[in-house]
Design a protein around this ligand. Sequence first.
Ligand code: ADP
Ligand code: MG
Length: 584
Amino acid sequence: MSTLGKVTGIVSNLVTVQVDGPVAENELCHINLRGTDLLAEVIKVNGDKASVQVFESTRGLRGGDQVVFLGRMLEATLGPGLLSSIYDGLQNDLTTMDGVFLKRGEYTDPLNHETKWDFTPLAQSGDKVVAADWLGEVKEGWLPHKIMVPFSFKGTYTVKEVVPAGQYTIDDTIATLIDEEGAEVKVTMTQKWPVKVAIKGYKEKPRPQKIMETGVRVIDSFDPIAEGGTGFIPGPFGCGKTVLQHAIAKQGEADVIVMAACGERANEVVEIFTEFPELIDPHTGRHLMERTTIICNTSNMPVAAREASVYTAMTICEYYRAMGLRCLLLADSTSRWAQALREMSNRMEELPGADAFPVDLSSIISNFYARAGMVVLNNGQTGAVTFIGTVSPAGGNLKEPVTESTKKAARCFYALEQNRADQKRYPAVNPIESYSKYLEYPEIVSYLDEKIEKGWVEKVSRAKTLVLRGKEMADQINILGDDGVPMSYHESFWKSELIDYAFLQQDAFDAVDSLCPLERQKYMLDLILEICDRSFSFDNYEDCRAYFKRLINVLRQMNYCKWGSEEFNNYRAQLNSILDENGN
Ligand code: ADP
Ligand code: MG
């Protein structure tokens, strides 16, 4: 018997319900609005009163309306066909709908039940298996999609039979297992999992061992993100958060990309719809969408759906990670999610924390970031979920609660700065304030020693010091005037500008410049540091400025040319001749 209830209060989409039996936090319920079932989630239980957040408009709802509790949490449907899909937070398939809006109480199926998938068995009868072990495989696009023992299965099972290779739908039985009591259980290609619970089913979750290349120099070289790592991009509106995230999506070394789009403005979601399917993966030349799932919030969905969307996106990533794939989860922007939490907590009249956000904001964010990571599966293979979220702090204030909480949870910090964006120094990542804690991991340092060259991290830190010194010199020059400082101040300043213009800045819209492989990053940094190591002699600061501007110009041209092309080599020669004019 399911627990029933009656609506007693309605504040926007927060509804209080008088219940006649046990209900649990995060349990789903249906509120009957004259024949239409509105889906809602329990967020708090207090005696026989439950506060539920409704995923839809509560227009027309009245006190006394009937509620049926469903005895399950919000679940994601998992199976082949998730890639290339565009869903809302409740996994309604937005591509099969007429227009972007669903009628109230209407839900679409996340996966296609007719599609036949080419199945290949991986397990044999007699095998002992546990949850998340691989039973078979289908090709989803060109990715191997593992069909696993459902994550909810407890204990050890014996495989009775796996169907032979052939064409099956997601509802066909592909394996029969026998549980510890001797009962037979059937497994299909689809399963459900509650989105707020992390998927386990791996042996261990060690610290990340390597970096995820993004082709973005300021990230890979200055503050690399680990494969299975976490990072966030705070920045005021218009500073390039979305552009940077899209560059990472396109270029990041990952098998599967899940994009949770909680639009800043309504038309941003529409942009995702139209732009993302056009993006071409520069590594393979194929459509990025083939290995992407987009979860977006349509503007008519209430705040609760925003929360659901980040969890659904994470669950899909964990599902693919269990297949031994490298997944990249991008959320833009997590501030919208935090605002949803704030709205709900305010409606519940909870004691508010800083800036009226819920007091447990920090732990909610940390728990979410903690679901990312590299895992070793039961069969010894590895999978990863790398998570990068954006934060849009109100007024660019990095001391606000969402930024502060995220800073505690994420290990990489890419601070986008208004000032840099105003000067069109893109990506506007502040090289001094940003950091990657992965550079403190000995395993990451040795990975970089091996992958790039021994001592790479020290080399980069030398470049960072030069940038910092340049900034100090700029401050001095500002105070004392161009003529009031020694020439060496100007030289230091311009050396830092050289690093900034020729290395840190990068054009996300240029096919060549946007994707800079690690070897090329090393080549450029070596070249730039070689110039910085020289001592020059200038008669006046104007000569110094003019000279460095010429160097910067040539180096930037090189960034736009195919590496090693004739054009590239010509610029390289030009650089040498400029260097021959001055310095040693
Ligand atoms: P946000 O998401 O922070 O509001 P956007 O990512 O939409 O900001 O960026 C705003 C604008 O800044 C872009 O439309 C683009 O013109 C410019 N921009 C941002 N990053 C870059 C970049 N790396 N290269 C070139 N232009 C950029
Ligand atoms: Mg944006």
